[in-house]
Ligand binder design. Structure first.
Ligand code: C2E
Ligand code: CA
Ligand code: CA
Length: 448
């Protein structure tokens, strides 16, 4: 009996020890989680910021610089939206692994959030050193991935900033973000260094984003229509809808000045919906407009339920599918993602036209025609502009594409026709349709 309390006590002690171990493990686990990203196992944003603060302090003391590379996967949203989140997670963790294995011992990698990774290079001597890191990162990202039976060739855009004595972690990361935006808007799969001009642009961009949002609410966006003609007799056979922004202060703004921001922010989706509603109203009210072509960006194509919502809108307005053509540009991703192809195929099967826009400016043109359910193509304006009787190369290209159009039984439209000479050449090469200032400028519906 005398032993009992002791036994009890030892049992109690043991429990205590276990408790302490479990608690310590739990604390360690929490500490680990606080600085790591659970999906990729990489360090996380909090860690990156802590370390960057420290590296900046060290670099300043030594009179050196810190390089920061902000990596954002291109079109990741497309993967996520079309193949699902599980596939998206798989892409992130595979790329995380690859990046990790490409780092040297001094470089610090972490996942910043979403499809964003950050690499910190402490103590850099010159900009070239950072550029070499960017090259290395770019090369590992570009390797093909296999995800649920789909082959994907990812690319990433990289924004780069190099610290000076007054840099803060926050400021430096903001600079890389501005540089990233520049990298994206000059064509994805690139890197860009930060400069002051970009800072100003970043501020502008935020302003524009807010203004687009407000503009959508206030009905500042409207549609103009440009005729598409049959070249032979210049008879108008349809129109292309082009969006315009009547900005309260800046006046009329062209799509080139706000579409990049609308795409980056996802606002292109409600904007595209707005355009489609206006187009359907026009088609309902005017029977003489012919089919109307609408531009659809990759971000819209990738947004879930896009095709279904387009069909539902047509039905709401009692517009026949044959009255609508969607124009999509030849983005590499289009040829890789089955779901986009399926969406377009279902539209085409119902009678909606599917045209490849700006044909000839991408590099995957011909395989795209094979892989995507397209009904037509638009020869990019740059080809038409260099059509002169003595530029045999431009002539050969344009004539060659005309042959392709006939061979594949597609609708061929030459864009940007401005002169009689271009018209005559296109006609002689067998182009059937055209669009351009020679036949009519984009105009509001009243006078279209
Ligand atoms: P795009 O689809 O290639 O449209 C043709 C562009 O060329 C239009 O510019 C048009 O005004 C211009 N254009 C037409 N004929 C001629 C010509 O003879 N000479 C010259 N130099 N230009 C001509 P715009 O309206 O500024 O649109 C620019 C781009 O913005 C469009 O290029 C299209 O990619 C995009 N876009 C326009 N509206 C929408 C929209 O509602 N949604 C989406 N996602 N994109 C749109
Ligand atoms: Ca177009
Ligand atoms: Ca075009």
């Amino acid at each position: 009996m005398k032993l009992e309390p002791q036994e009890d006590q030892s049992a109690f002690m043991l429990v205590q020890v276990e408790d302490v171990t479990a608690e310590r493990e739990a604390q360690e686990e929490l500490a680990f989680q606080a600085l790591h990203d659970s999906l990729t196992g990489l360090r996380n944003r909090s860690w990156l910021i802590q370390v960057l603060d420290q590296d900046l302090a060290d670099a300043t003391a030594l009179g050196q610089h810190v390089g920061v590379l902000f990596i954002d996967l291109d079109n990741f949203k497309v993967v996520n939206d079309s193949l699902g989140h599980v596939a998206g997670d798989e892409v992130l963790s595979q790329i995380g692994h690859r990046l990790q294995s490409a780092m040297s011992s001094r470089e610090r990698l972490g996942r910043f959030g979403g499809d964003e990774f950050v690499v910190i290079v402490p103590e850099v001597g010159d900009v070239l050193e950072v550029e070499r890191v960017a090259e290395r990162i770019d090369a590992v990202i570009r390797q093909e991935l296999e995800i649920q039976g789909h082959r994907i060739v990812p690319t990433g855009s990289i924004g780069i900033a190099v610290s000076d004595a007054s840099s803060t972690a926050d400021g430096l990361l903001r600079d890389t973000d501005a540089a990233l935006f520049r990298a994206k808007s000059t064509g994805r799969g690139r890197w860009h260094f930060f400069d002051q001009q970009m800072h100003d642009q970043a501020v502008d961009r935020l302003t524009v984003e807010g203004e687009i949002r407000r503009g959508l609410d206030d009905g500042q966006f409207f549609v103009v229509y440009q005729p598409i003609v049959r070249l032979r007799d210049r008879k108008v056979i349809g129109h292309e809808a082009l969006v315009r922004w009547q900005h309260p202060v800046r006046g009329l703004v062209s799509p080139g000045d706000f579409l990049p921001v609308a795409e980056e922010s996802g606002l292109i989706v409600p904007l595209g919906r707005h355009v489609l509603h206006q187009v359907c109203t026009t088609l309902r009210d005017r029977s003489d407009m012919g089919p109307i072509s609408v531009n659809v960006s990759a971000v819209e194509l990738a947004s879930r339920g896009w095709a279904g919502s387009l069909l539902a809108t047509l039905e709401d307005y009692a517009v026949k599918p044959e009255q609508i053509v969607v124009e999509v540009t030849e983005t590499a991703v289009l040829s890789q993602l089955d779901s986009t192809g399926e969406d377009l195929a279902s539209l085409r099967d119902l009678g909606v036209g599917v045209h490849v826009d700006d044909f000839g400016t991408g590099f995957s043109s011909i395989s795209l025609l094979r892989d995507l359910p397209v009904t037509g193509l638009k020869l990019d304006r740059s080809f038409v502009q260099s059509l002169t009787s003595d530029d045999s190369q431009a002539n050969a290209l344009s004539a060659g594409v005309a042959g392709l159009v006939h061979g594949l039984h597609l609708t061929g439209i030459a864009e940007g026709v401005e002169t009689e000479a271009q018209w005559a050449t296109l006609l002689s090469q067998g182009w059937e349709f055209g669009q351009g200032y020679l036949f009519g400028r984009p105009a509001p519906m009243e006078s279209a």
